[in-house]
Design a protein around this ligand. Structure first.
Ligand code: KIV
Length: 273
């Protein structure tokens, strides 16, 4: 059994817990590799839009896309907790649809779901919890709000906006979420909201004081074609490694040196008689 939402809910650094390590994955090999690294949580993010499907934003991701990718990640049977993003419009049209869509993600293999928004989403959060589906919140630079925000812009830059974000976080906590992702806010706001909450915060571009951190697989590994955001730390350049390896394969094929004798099936006995 992997880490449960109930256990993760207690992971506050100020109570001596280790920071939560979360990373995204979108398919079986990706999930297998990140799970082998011993992360706590794997997020099947709707960032699949940007980093896998080549789209400019997450608004084009459908439930069918998410179910497809959650099933692939779940096939790795990770020890890490598997949380799935609820895509745009899968929880905006009412509680009934939200629960049906949350259940579809659970049936695909998710152990909890994440949705964006604060006080405007409480009825949906409660309905999902009522259906026994653990929920993670997501506040700050919520990518599904890109049109409403007028772009991907750092949020909560005024004291008023920061206080509103803390109010949203407290309301989500009160409704019963087990953790909240805080994205794209000044570090001081990441600290403020983390201090205000009893449930853990998981930051991405929210400074060093949150109770955990999350990065997108392709950003962390150098597989993304988008300009890295300020908060991204790239730990490998797998994109260059892939191009280099495939170039060597290309050269071997063109030179006639692939396959060699060790890479072919032998002639069946008696074939030449
Ligand atoms: O979809 C995603 O990858 C996310 C993270 C950025 C938190 O929601």
């Amino acid at each position: 059994m992997s880490l449960s939402a109930l256990t993760l809910r207690t992971r506050k650094r100020r109570h001596g817990a280790e920071p939560i390590v979360m990373v995204t994955a979108y398919d079986e090999p990706g999930a297998r590799y990140v799970d082998a690294a011993g992360v706590d949580m794997i997020l099947v993010g709707d960032s699949v839009a940007n980093v896998v499907l080549g789209q400019a934003d997450t608004l084009h991701v459908t439930m069918a896309d998410m179910v497809h990718h959650v099933s692939a990640v779940a096939a790795a049977r990770p020890a890490a907790h598997l949380v799935a993003d609820m895509p745009w419009l899968s929880y905006h049209l009412g509680e009934f649809e939200a629960v049906a869509n949350g259940a579809a993600l659970v049936r695909a293999g998710a152990e909890s779901v994440k949705l964006e928004g604060g006080r405007n989403r409480l009825s949906v959060v409660r309905a999902l919890l009522d259906a026994e589906i653990p929920v993670m919140g997501h506040l700050g630079l919520t990518p599904q709000s890109v049109l409403a925000f007028g772009g991907f812009k750092v949020q909560s830059k005024t004291r008023e906006a920061a206080n509103a974000l803390v109010e949203d976080a407290l309301a989500l906590q009160e409704a019963g979420v087990y953790a909240i992702v805080i994205e794209g806010v000044p570090a001081v706001v990441g600290t403020m909201v983390t201090e205000a909450l009893e449930v853990p915060t998981i930051g991405i571009g929210a400074g060093p004081d949150t109770d955990g951190q999350v990065l997108v697989f392709h950003d962390l590994l150098g597989l993304s074609n988008r300009k890295p955001a300020k908060f991204v730390r790239q730990y490998a350049d797998l994109g260059s490694a892939i191009t280099e390896a495939v170039s060597r394969y290309r050269d071997d094929v063109r030179a006639g040196t692939f396959p060699d004798d060790s890479e072919v099936y032998p002639t069946p006995a008696g074939w030449l008689d």
